[in-house]
Ligand binder design. Sequence first.
Ligand code: HEM
Length: 85
Amino acid sequence: MVRDKLTLFLCGWLGGPRRYAEKYGPMGLHMSHQKFIINEAERDAWLLCMERALQKQPYSEEFIEYLLRQLFVAAERIRMTSRSE
Ligand code: HEM
């Protein structure tokens, strides 16, 4: 379920069709993460998972680095607006 949500969300986030909104309705990244405690450690763990997943894809290093930079921006904003300890 959450795997499907993240897949569809990233499809639109990357400039493709807005499949998440079509299936699940509008979603605010900040609202949906507000209830979680996300500090730097959680942010970095999430980014590491994304990095490992991207390394398994046949993408160029340049593209992977670009995506990780963009994901960092989104993850950092989520960290700032989510709960912290
Ligand atoms: C900063 C680190 C992040 C952490 C620790 C985190 C953690 C989580 C957690 C715990 C959930 C709920 C999973 C569930 O319901 O079982 C979730 C949902 C989700 N996350 Fe994140 N997340 C992070 C960053 C991001 C980023 C950067 C994106 C997008 C670029 C993203 C996209 C999503 C989406 C689309 C959902 C599903 C929302 C829904 O429809 O309920 N997350 N995340």
